[in-house]
Design a protein around this ligand. Sequence first.
Ligand SMILES: [Fe+2]
Length: 208
Amino acid sequence: MLVEPTLHHVNVSQGALQNPTGNYQKRLSELAGLYQDEEAFQKAALEAGESVVYEVTDCRPEVTRGNMIFGVTRMQPGKIGNEFYLTRGHIHAVANRPEIYYCEAGRGVMLMESPEGEIRTIELTPRAMCYVPPFWIHRSVNVGADTLVMSFFYPADSGQDYEVIRDTGGMKSRIVAVNGGWEEIPNPNYQPRSQVQIDAIYASGDQA
Ligand SMILES: [Fe+2]
C-alpha cells in the first residue's frame, strides 16, 4: 500500500510543522527527576508546573519499516538551578536507528552518550544539522535565551526507550550555565552500565 506524498512547511516563528498528524506537549511538572537540583525543581514546579517546556508537532505516516517520522520541536528557554531546560532523552528501542536534527532557530546542544558512557556534545545554531548515529542516547538542551526550534527525522520503527537514562541515574554529563555560555560537567549520580546492559543495547539493534 503506497503512502501518499505530503508537503509540510516549517513555521519557524511558531516552532511548528504545518499539516502534522499529531502533537504532544511536556509540562515542567512531568519532568521530575531529570535535574540535579531537586529543591530548585520543586520550587519551579510549584510556581510554574503547568508551563510547557517543549512541544512537538510531527508526522507519522505509518509505523512500518522503511517509513520515516519527522516533525518540529519547540523548546522554551530556562534553567533549573544552573542547569538548562532539557528533554527527557532516550535511546531508540531498536537501538541502531539513527536520527537527524536540523536547527531552525535558537541555540541548542545535542547531548549524546554511548552505551559505554562516552559523551559527545554538538552545538546547534540555525541552519546547522546534527547526525545522531545508531546506538547513541540523545537529549536536547536549550542553552540559549530564546526558543529553540529544531526539525527532526528518524525511521518510523525506531521507538523510544527512556529507562536507559533512568537506570544509570541520569546521563553521564549535565549541561550548565557559565559566563553567559554553557559547559558540560559530570553528573555525580551517574552509575556506569554493566557489560550485560551494554550488550543488551547492542543486541536490540536490528541489523537485518
Ligand atoms: Fe530519538
